[in-house]
Ligand binder design. Sequence first.
Ligand code: ATP
Length: 462
Amino acid sequence: MLTVQLECYGDPGGIRVREYQAALSAVGIGLAPAAGALRTEAAAPGHGILLFDEPDAAVLNHVRQSSGGGRRRVVAVALRRAPRPPEVWRLLAAGAADVLAWDAGPDCAARIHARLERWAAVDESLASAAVRAALVGTSDVWQQTLRALIETARFTQAPVLLLGESGTGKEEAARLIHTLDPRTAKPELQVLDCTTIVPDLAGSELFGHERGAFTGAVAQREGAFALANGGTLLLDEVGELPLPLQAQLLRVIQEGSYKRVGGNTWQQTRFRLLCATNRDLTALVRAGAFRADLYHRIASQVHRLPPLRERREDILPLAEHFLRLLRPDDPPPELDAATRAWFLCHDYPGNARELRQRVTRLLLRHPGGDLITVGSIPSEERPTADDAGGSEWPAANLEPLVRSALAAGIGLKALIRAVDDLAEQVAVTDADNNLQRAAQVLGITDRALQERRAKRRQEAAT
Ligand SMILES: Nc1ncnc2c1ncn2[C@@H]1O[C@H](COP(=O)(O)OP(=O)(O)OP(=O)(O)O)[C@@H](O)[C@H]1O
């Protein structure tokens, strides 16, 4: 039984609500007590169903709050009539994960169930050790990226194109897709780095060769497509693939058939194709440097891995992850407050890889003990006194978040409140719930912090 929160918006009447509840429970959807009015605990874990009459501004606002910035999934179900396309787009933009019409057919409850069941499976993977250890990050944008990757890995076999700047985790994401792929007895992920393909040997490397196919071919050899049979092939840096080779790949990607170099018989292979690149492939297609037909074959599903500067909340969790990874035997040392601030005051054009290198350099200079202090920061990387003022950083750091919030229709008041709440939450969590320390970091008195928290509790209770 899947349990979700059912919220009604509008006035469907008690009898009808009971009717909906019965229909949902008949398909295996149990209902947790509704979250109640428009409050932020709607962002609590667990997904929700929102029944509404008309998709008016109040409903849109409710969807926005209820979806908690994408942390919670809400199926918006229209009771009176199927919403028109512009209304559907508005509901989606506000954060609804799906929009259905109750009266569109008798199967609406079953459709809701199918949707929820899939989300439950995605949630399960999201919380699994395999995912948490591979791709670290707690920001909303990263969690959404992970959910989409997991859904692709577990429920489809279509080719995947992974886009993102260097160091954003494309190869790691490809490994995760392979790990979560439900096929049993798969061979290891085959990775082919397209920047290192030597044109003369490319055919052999990809398709294999027959004995005697060319000088030096003393034995038959399997290529990457054969080795990936039953599993996954990653073409890394696919944007670097020379044009003649692109043409040769079309058939094997489309039909799974190919000939070894020097061979006459068609071989068959079945693999899932993953491609990764930090280039703008559509621009390459326009410039004639990448075949449009190949692009459409490899890009059935496109996932973009966001750069670290768009998910700055992930900087410290990632730094701590790399500390654990690089010091697997010992309990990893912690970072003192100034070193944490140093990690945060940087834009990371090299993304997670650059962050990992920073952590490595710190550890090299760390003399031992359970706390890493600023003395371990290499002198050429230390902020200057001017940087330390930090007058520039807030605007630069917040800009992408503010932009996406405004685009989602979140007004200034809600935005300020969200930042305010988040700052408090981060400070309290980072201080291990020590309110005195948290207040210090926030630059307010203990008493002010206590009063704020009491006020929030009171608001939540009303
Ligand atoms: N979210 C993450 N959590 C943990 N480690 C990560 C994460 N993202 C990247 N890494 C680590 O950062 C490094 C770079 O990642 P990866 O090689 O996957 O990036 P990439 O996008 O494929 O880079 P490139 O385009 O340069 O090949 C690796 O050590 C990887 O394990």
